[in-house]
Each structure stands twice: as C-alpha cells, then as structure tokens.
Design a protein around this ligand. Structure first.
Ligand code: SF4
Ligand code: SF4
Length: 366
C-alpha cells in the first residue's frame, strides 16, 4: 500500500470538491478536478506516464484548500497534491518553471531572484526601527519589493502603539512555493538557516504582514525543523488586539468594500472584518462569503498564466456590483490580480487593510 492510498480509496465520488475548485470553475468539461488530481497518485507512485491532462492537473492547483474544506470524508487533497509534486520532482518530471523559481528561492532568497540590496528600500526616515528588539518585523518578498506602503503603514501603526520593532537584516523568502511544490528537504534546510538566524538576534516575536509568511514560519517550520524559540504573529492579529485594548483608535472611513480573503488564514476571516468594522467601513461579501482563491499561488501563475488570470477575474469582476473597492490583506493576491488586470485590460480598485487602518488611525496617505 502506498502513502495516501487508504484515504484516496475512501472517496465517495460526491463531487463536492469539483464545485469549489477555482481551476474547475474557469475550465470546461471537468477536465481538471481535485478528485482527478488525487486519482493520479497510483500512476505517479509507479512512475508511469501520465496523459497531458493528468500531468497538467497536478500543477493546476493553487493549494488553496477549498477542496479539503468540503470533502465529507476528509481526504487531505492538498497534502496529496504536494506529495504528487514531490514525487514528480524526484522523478525529474517537474515543470522547468517550477524548478527555476524553487532555485531562485534557495539561491537568491526570493521567488523572482530580486536584488537583496533593495529588500529594505521601503524604509523611510520617519519610521522608528530599533537596532535590536525582542519584536521583529518581517515584510516578506511581495511587500518588500512591490508593496512598500504596507510595510510603512505597519511600522507606523506599531510605532503609534509604542512598539519599536527591529527588521531582520537577513530576511529570507518564507519558502511557501517550496512547500506547495513538495520541495520539503530544501525547505527544511532553508527553515533551519532562517530560524537559527532569527533566534541568534534574541527575537521573541516576529510580526509578518503576509499570511503566507505567517503560515509557513509559524506552522510549517516547526514541523520541518523544530519548535521555534519565538512566536510568529500576523500583523492583522496584532492590530486587532491593539484596537480592542485601545492602543489604536480608528476613525471612520466612509466606504464600502468587499474582502479579498487570503487562503492561508481562511479559518480566521473574522479578524479582517472586525478591523474594517472598527473603521466604520461597510462590507458586502464576495462570493457570498465563500473562499475563492485569487488564482496565483503554488506555481499556477507561471505555469498556466491564462487560467490563473481567469481565476483572478472572478474576484476582479465579482466585487464591482457589490462595493466600491476590494480590501485585501494578502500582498500576493494583490500582486497576482494587478498582473491579471494588466493582461486583461481591466481596472481594479484595491487597498490593503493595514494601509486603510494607518489612514484611519494616523490620518493622511503614504
Ligand atoms: S487546492 Fe484549490 S485549486 Fe487546488 S484542487 Fe483544491 S480547490 Fe482546486
Ligand atoms: S469531495 Fe472528497 S469524497 Fe467527494 S469527490 Fe471530492 S475527494 Fe471524493
């Protein structure tokens, strides 16, 4: 019996996973269902040839978890997809783009091999950043290189609440892409280096802006390496506590938004909504509150750009008859959807919740 065979054999063919999968939503003929993905495992374990659709289907997933959430017999579909990718990589059958991005993370510390000397270009003179502190701020690749206003808003809010965080001068990519693509040995080695470095600074808490970083550091590093000597917290959770205890006092912003929820923290959707409500912002739910991925993660965007962009359009078009803007708390969603809008010639009005909160509490715009 191979790993996961028992779970796959327990499938009752209910097709519930078909309906929630964003890839299946934007492609015809139910060619790329979550159920189809897990049914290929036996062939992959045996090293057999896959048809083109079967092979593509393994990489046509953002590992958003929507299928896991609805499977009535709790088949760990995203773990199986990760395992299939791990096996295909070991068999030398991984897509070249996936290998290239994985190597960028290991060799250059970011998926896009960005210049490490520019990682902290977001820092401006008004930000009060300590040389050393028990609290460290981790911007993450997408914020550091393409959405610096989120990092600045976060530090300004922390400063306002009396916290002077340090930065991690040797900040690394969290490695979510490695996790999604089954590069677990590489990620374990990466985690060891990053964790040892953070602990050597005497840091007791890392505050992350990106839900992906938060999930990978806080939940996956302990599994892949060891228990961490520091806590990991998502910046939104910190802000919610600060609003609750009165350290941050939001003022009303007169607007209505739809929320672009982040898949890695889809079990704590109340937090962003509570922060928006504290600013008097109206919320009209997208997809009736159901989770539909932005379409970018786990290699879907580089390997299948048209499908990834079509999934992004579900959000970009979906919010327009509900609200004047999208409120996001995932920099990768924003990055992917902005790219999709450019290729589809669409407009999108999107703001990050940390940036909105800084505007509400501190006044002015970045
Ligand atoms: S994780 Fe998301 S994209 Fe992947 S198969 Fe499941 S529902 Fe589809
Ligand atoms: S939801 Fe679960 S049981 Fe139903 S078809 Fe999908 S994998 Fe099978």
């Amino acid at each position: 019996m191979y790993r996961f065979q028992e779970e796959i054999d327990s499938c009752i063919d209910c097709k519930k996973c078909w309906d929630v999968c964003p890839v299946n939503m934007v492609t015809d003929g139910n060619r790329f269902t979550p159920q189809g993905k897990i049914e290929s495992l036996a062939k992959i374990v045996a090293g057999e040839e896959l048809t083109k659709d079967e092979y593509d289907n393994i990489y046509l997933s953002t590992r958003c978890g929507a299928c896991d959430d609805v499977c009535p017999v709790s088949i760990p579909i995203i773990d199986i997809i990760q395992y299939e990718r791990e096996l295909l990589a070991q068999q030398g059958r991984e897509p070249a783009k996936t290998t290239a991005i994985s190597n960028n993370i290991i060799e250059h510390n970011s998926p896009g091999a960005k210049d490490p000397s520019k990682r902290f270009d977001w820092i401006t003179d008004d930000l009060d950043i300590a040389e050393s502190s028990e609290i460290a701020y981790m911007a993450g690749c997408w914020v550091a290189y393409s959405q610096p206003d989120i990092a600045r808003a976060t530090i300004r809010l922390l400063n306002h609440a009396g916290i002077r965080p340090m930065i991690l001068k040797e900040e690394k990519c969290c490695g979510l892409f490695l996790l999604d693509n089954g590069h677990l040995e590489q990620l374990a080695e990466h985690a060891k280096k990053f964790v040892d470095y953070i602990e050597s600074l005497g840091v007791k808490k890392v505050i992350a802006s990106c839900p992906g970083c938060y999930m990978v550091l806080g939940k996956e590093y302990p599994k892949l390496y060891r228990e961490l000597g520091f806590e990991v917290e998502l910046s939104l959770n910190v802000f919610k506590d600060m609003i609750d205890d009165g350290r941050l006092k939001p003022k009303k912003l007169d607007m209505t938004v739809s929320v672009r929820d982040a898949c890695p923290v889809r079990d704590s959707k109340a937090v962003p909504r509570s922060i928006l409500e504290s600013m008097g912002i109206g919320i009209n739910e997208l997809f009736d509150g159901k989770q539909v991925c932005c379409g970018g993660p786990a290699g879907l965007k580089p390997n299948f750009p048209e499908i990834a962009d079509d999934i992004a359009m579900l959000t970009v078009k979906g919010y327009k008859d509900k609200a004047e803007m999208l409120a996001s708390y995932c920099p990768f969603c924003v990055h992917h959807m902005e790219g999709a809008c450019k290729s589809k010639d669409e407009e999108m009005n999107i703001r990050d919740i940390s940036v909105l909160l800084a505007e509400s509490v501190l006044g002015g715009k970045d």
